[in-house]
Design a protein around this ligand. Structure first.
Ligand code: NAD
Length: 266
């Protein structure tokens, strides 16, 4: 098995990387960061997100597993004190994996000669206006659903539902469900302007399109990255056919993970 190690810059991660590399080599694994079968991330959720984007063109070949070298992470199944157990599990690998849905984002531009841009998100994508209120039309399929005014719109995956989505009042969604969620960020609701005002769960067949009104600058956030976009004609959001796969040795039950991360001992 070819194993890639993807780490953040923290000293604790570098120390763990050194130990893990030795352990993997002693146990007959090949370290291969270019074309790995399994990628082990050392850090937190941000490191796993960065590794996902780093290996985005190889998602078909790669399974991920994440070791936490800092405070408690949401995607991380292992603590850095448990790397011996992780290597033992890798030795017994039977190729099983658990998959989580991804969000596909296609940005279309006003200029006819400008190619659409496609992004994949593991957590979410957020559309915001930089200097003033975001004014946008929200379509579900071909139907104009609402005129939105406010700070922004967040579209999250099930695993992303515990991240930014949760902070803006979205529901926490079981990661096994193939759905997306649309949440409003500080929408304006009064006698003049009206939005649904509730988070919406969007099914696998529903295509969500956002048409921002003014021809000016927007921030499109995709997980940890923000892109300044101008001249957007529309943005399409849908579940991606491609999933992210994690190795299944130590798959923690979703609701246990939620409880452990947000509630603690009961
Ligand atoms: P970061 O990497 O510093 O992460 C910020 C926090 O979000 C960390 O505590 C991280 O553990 C947590 N997090 C990330 N993914 C999570 C998930 N799926 N479930 C639960 N917690 C999760 O910040 P960044 O690099 O700027 O952005 C990475 C992610 O952090 C974004 O995708 C976004 O969802 C999240 N974030 C959340 C808020 C917020 O809740 N207000 C603000 C910024 C970023």
């Amino acid at each position: 098995m070819k194993v890639g190690i993807y780490t953040n810059k923290l000293t604790s991660s570098q120390v763990t990387k050194h130990k893990l590399t030795e352990l993997l080599l002693q146990n007959g694994f090949e370290i291969n960061d270019k074309e790995p079968d399994v990628v082990i991330t050392l850090g937190g959720d941000g490191t796993l997100l960065a590794a996902f984007h780093h290996y985005i063109k190889q998602l078909n070949q790669i399974r991920f597993t994440a070791v936490n070298t800092g405070h408690l992470g949401f995607y991380t199944d292992w603590q850095n004190s448990e790397i011996e157990q992780l290597v033992e599990s890798l030795k017994k690998d039977d190729g099983k994996s658990v998959s989580y849905p991804l969000l596909k984002i296609i940005v279309h531009f006003n200029q006819t000669n400008r190619q659409p841009k496609t992004y994949l998100a593991l957590n979410e994508s957020i559309l915001q206006k930089i200097t003033s209120t975001l004014i946008a039309d929200v379509y579900l399929g071909d139907q104009l659903f609402e005129h939105f005014r406010g700070e922004g719109l967040c579209i999250s995956t099930p695993t992303g539902s515990t991240a930014y989505n949760k902070s803006v009042g979205g529901a926490i969604v079981n990661s096994s469900l193939k759905i997306l969620q649309l949440t409003e960020v500080a929408s304006i609701n009064n006698i003049m302007f009206r939005t649904l005002g509730s988070p919406m769960i969007i099914g696998p067949e529903d295509k969500l399109t956002i048409v921002p009104s003014a021809k000016s600058d927007y921030f499109l956030t995709v997980d940890s990255e923000s892109y300044q976009c101008n001249q957007i004609s529309r943005i399409e959001f849908a579940l991606c056919k491609q999933d992210i796969r994690f190795v299944k040795y130590r798959h923690i039950n979703f609701w246990k993970r939620v409880q452990k991360s947000f509630i603690g001992e009961v």
